[in-house]
Write a new protein. Structure first.
Length: 202
């Protein structure tokens, strides 16, 4: 894939609303998150990813996931800087935008698979839940696969859903320094990309 296409056309009122959102730089946010996590580790009180699921930190978890997905598509697919903004609506959790004609936007719904916390959870089970979105053709799914052990991505079947695209991303190193982006599950030409956690702003 050489680029990510925007989905749907937003009306003027919606665009004005989106422009007022707090647009963030995913690289800058991931750098800041990395520094905080490293400092906590040095103090002997490391921040584990599972810790972010508590009610008090859940907003931070969503921010981290949105920044990670934005960084992944910026590096591997769009190959240009992107910005993201948290904005929960009926079928999406955040927005991404990048340079192009009229500043293209894409709506993104954040999902996560956590088998070690819920034995009944699996990629297939979580993907099957997307069938309820029959009229979400303007929304991309970004699913964080948070599980240990080998995973054959090419064996994963696309669910019956109205979602525009489905992307999976997962850490493939113990220190979370390297990530893997795979998709689009709905495409006949799926691709996988290895993306390092950013260490510089550019």
């Amino acid at each position: 894939m050489t680029g990510m296409r925007p989905f749907g056309k937003a009306g003027r009122i919606t665009l004005r609303e989106w422009e007022r959102l707090k647009w963030r730089d995913p690289r800058a946010d991931l750098l800041a998150i990395g520094l905080v996590e490293a400092e906590q580790g040095r103090r002997g009180t490391p921040i584990l990813h599972d810790d972010l699921r508590c009610r008090e930190l859940r907003e931070f978890l969503y921010l981290k996931q949105a920044a990670l997905f934005s960084h992944c598509i910026s590096t591997a697919i769009i190959k240009a800087p992107v910005a993201y903004a948290m904005h929960e609506a009926e079928d999406y959790d955040c927005l991404v935008r990048w340079r192009g004609q009229h500043f293209p936007h894409a709506r993104v719904q954040l999902k996560e698979v956590v088998p070690h916390l819920n034995p009944k959870a699996s990629i297939e089970v979580e993907l099957s839940k997307l069938s309820k979105y029959a009229n979400s053709s303007q929304t991309i799914v970004a699913m964080h696969v948070n599980q240990t052990g080998p995973l054959v991505y090419s064996d994963i079947k696309a669910p019956a859903t109205g979602m525009a695209e489905i992307w999976l991303y997962s850490s493939i190193s113990a220190d979370q320094g390297l990530w893997f982006l795979y998709g689009d599950l709905r495409s006949a030409r799926r691709e996988g990309y290895e993306i390092p956690w950013p260490t510089t702003l550019r």
